[in-house]
Write a protein that binds this ligand. Structure first.
Ligand code: GUN
Length: 280
């Protein structure tokens, strides 16, 4: 029976320590969030981020814009936040409406306030083995979770399922930085089962029910980054949880695995940027 990678407990522990650290700061760290449009999931995510930040003593300001906002309005707001020394971290919630140039907007964020590691400067550093200002929230959360359970990636075969810029790609880069042998898999991968069956660690981030029990090696570590509702409206992840539980060595549940770690990472990143700007 697999051990559970409990993201909720680790989040609570990390945030408790972070709160103690923040309590010792004279000026409070501040995270500004830009939210465009009415995407219900984005609104929930942004609300959760704000609530968590405030509990810790991080000032969190959300700037909300209608779906049809002009690009210049967002660009001007980012310039204003870049120039405000009381703002330490900036996050533009994705997805953005079609008419907005996502790359232009993201890259307007000053790289030293880029809390997601989304700017080309930070992302490029990550890809070239340099130190970005911070690591991307979800992949970094996954690494923290693995480390908590003593799971080393050095020399391991890691299969990353999903190649999104948000999770899959940076996840593979981070795993490689930890000296893993990484195989990137995606919707066009022909021999997925062959690859996952060889993997010591499977990290799935597709939002589809792709990982079945016969695809998992005995004792493997299975990290589920997917989250979606099944046909009965019940939240589930990419992994057939109940069945894989009997085969894997470790498994992260959905909810309660990677999700809480993403928020914890965002808070840790905000404080990391704050400390860099204040020369801690
Ligand atoms: N949308 C879904 N996940 C994320 C995230 O981690 N950061 C941002 N900015 N938008 C998202």
């Amino acid at each position: 029976m697999a051990k559970i990678l409990d993201g909720k407990s680790l989040r609570d522990k990390l945030l408790e320590n972070l709160k103690t650290e923040i309590d010792g700061f004279g000026v409070k760290p501040s995270l500004s969030v830009i939210l465009v449009g009415n995407d219900p999931a984005s609104r929930i995510y942004v609300n959760n981020k704000k609530k968590t930040a405030e509990k810790l003593g991080i000032i969190s300001t959300v700037f909300t814009y209608p779906e049809d906002v002009e690009e210049a309005v967002i660009i001007n707001k980012i310039d204003e936040l870049n120039n405000d020394k009381n703002v330490h971290a900036i996050l533009v919630q994705l997805p953005l409406p079609e008419h907005l140039d996502k790359n232009k907007i993201i890259n307007r964020i000053s790289p030293n306030k880029d809390v997601d590691c989304f700017t080309f400067e930070n992302y490029g550093k990550l890809a070239s083995g340099e130190e970005p200002a911070v690591y991307p929230c979800t992949p970094n959360g996954v690494l923290l979770l693995l480390k908590e359970y003593g799971i080393e990636l050095d020399g391991k075969n890691v299969a990353v399922i999903g190649r999104s810029n948000l999770v899959g790609k940076p996840m593979g880069l981070l795993a490689m930085k930890e000296n893993a042998t990484v195989t990137f898999c995606h919707s066009h991968t022909k021999n997925l089962k062959e690859i996952t069956k060889r993997a010591d660690v499977i990290i799935s981030a597709t939002g589809h029910p792709v990982i079945k029990v016969d695809m998992v090696k005995e004792g493997a570590v299975v990290v589920d980054v997917g989250i979606f509702k099944d046909e009965n409206g019940k939240l589930r992840g990419d992994v057939e949880f109940g069945e894989v539980l009997g085969v894997a060595g470790f498994i992260s549940p959905v909810p309660g695995g990677v999700g809480p770690m993403t928020i914890a990472s965002l808070m840790l990143n905000t404080v990391k940027l704050y400390k860099k700007q204040n020369k801690y």
